[in-house]
Ligand binder design. Structure first.
Ligand code: TYF
Ligand code: FE
Length: 381
């Protein structure tokens, strides 16, 4: 019926009840944003592009905006608490340590997105409002998700400044690596309390019209070795992908329980960053001091038999401890950092996809055993 119109993608987009353009930013509340900006510049190869602080009229907080391709991170610290916003950020750091306060989503219409979300059960945190400067106007709104995390809904179609009104352009802290380390946020994972995964999956189904992806960790895998359950929700274009984990009762103490205990509740567990050259990225990040999870040599002894040919020779994967997985659509290469703060909470994943839209299910055993070895070193197993 519609084939003859030749506009199926547009038609499909209009039919989407909650259209998204992609991730806008991952916003972190940290104890020392100046040093965090330095770490993500020198260790992750990101580029400082914008700043707001006392010099620009922001007397309560300092914020550093770093990008790498389409990926954008914002680090905010409280300098001198004066308002409820400053109190929230200061208390967030006191309670949770450095962590993610906002998974901001870029949308074509923040008012429509906020209306749809709140009509479908989301708790509104900020009604839609406009902010302007000489670069134009941004429309913002915010809704609550798990823990104290929020989703700011950002319509920046009328704006061409370096981040948001109130921010000024900033020079890079160091020259970024000649080769870009990553270019987009692939997925953002939340850890929620025991028994609440399905509630949060239903939240994204209802509030954002997101649908469940086929990859999940069910009871079988959970009790056998993972000690967690996981389901993935995504928008129709798969640009925004949110896996949700909950602890499972298994033989060992769940890594998700360890997170919940040290974070002080539900929150963002890991951010996966998409690269097209994981080998170069891991070499660069390792040389800059980033620590990745170890993988036993035995993993590589049998990898070739089931994963088949990949762009990267098995011996290079072995050298760098990169994991590989294949499904009916293709394959992926991935690696996980150790936690990036003293609390065993937030970490990062680097992922290079070749067709596969999975999350590395074939690696769950090797990966979760590696995480458990770290848990054991911390005395939390
Ligand atoms: O995002 C994912 O689902 C994969 C696998 O604690 C994963 O990166 C799941 C849970 C976990 C670590 C990695
Ligand atoms: Fe992941």
């Amino acid at each position: 019926m519609t084939e003859t119109l030749g506009h199926t993608p547009d038609t499909a987009r209009q039919a989407d009840p909650f259209p998204v353009k992609g991730m806008d930013a991952v916003v972190f509340a940290v104890g020392n944003a100046k040093q965090a900006a330095h770490y993500y510049s020198t260790a992750f190869g990101m580029k400082l592009v914008a700043y707001a602080g006392p010099e620009t009229g922001s007397r309560e907080t300092a914020s550093y905006v770093l990008t790498n391709g389409a990926a954008r991170f914002v680090f905010t610290s409280v300098i001198k608490q004066a308002t409820d916003r400053g109190r929230f950020l200061a208390e967030h750091v006191a309670e949770h340590g450095d962590g993610v306060v906002d998974l901001a989503i870029e949308v074509p219409d923040a008012r429509a997105a906020y209306a749809y979300a709140t009509e479908h059960g989301a708790r509104g945190i900020e009604e839609p409002y406009e902010v302007k400067d000489e670069h134009g106007t941004v429309v913002l709104a915010a809704i609550a998700t798990y823990g104290k995390t929020r989703h700011t809904l950002v319509d920046r179609s009328g704006y061409d400044g370096p981040y948001l009104p109130g921010f000024v352009a900033a020079d890079p802290i160091v020259e970024p690596p000649a080769k870009r380390t990553f270019q987009a946020i692939d997925h953002c994972v939340g850890n929620v309390e025991l028994g609440r995964m399905n509630e949060w999956v239903a939240f994204y189904n209802k509030v954002m019209g997101f649908t469940n992806m086929k990859e999940f960790v069910g009871d079988d895998i959970a009790t056998e070795y993972s000690a967690l359950m996981s389901k993935v929700v995504a928008d129709g274009t798969l640009k925004v992908k949110f896996p949700i984990n909950e602890p499972a009762i298994a033989k060992k103490k769940s890594q998700i329980d360890e997170y919940l205990e040290f974070y002080g509740g539900a929150g963002v567990q890991h951010i996966a960053l998409a690269t097209n050259d994981i080998v170069a990225t891991v070499r660069t990040m390792r040389a800059a001091g980033v620590r990745f999870l170890d993988t036993p040599d035995s993993y590589y002894d049998t990898l070739g038999e089931w994963v088949g040919d990949t762009r990267v020779p098995i011996e290079t994967l072995r050298e760098l401890k990169i994991l590989a997985d294949r499904d009916e659509d293709g394959y992926l290469l991935q690696i996980f950092t150790k936690p990036v703060q003293d609390r065993p909470t937030v970490f990062f994943e680097i992922i290079e996809r070749h067709g596969s839209m999975g999350f590395g299910k074939g690696n769950f055993k090797a990966l979760f055993e590696a995480i458990e070895r770290e848990q054991e070193k911390r005395g939390n197993l």
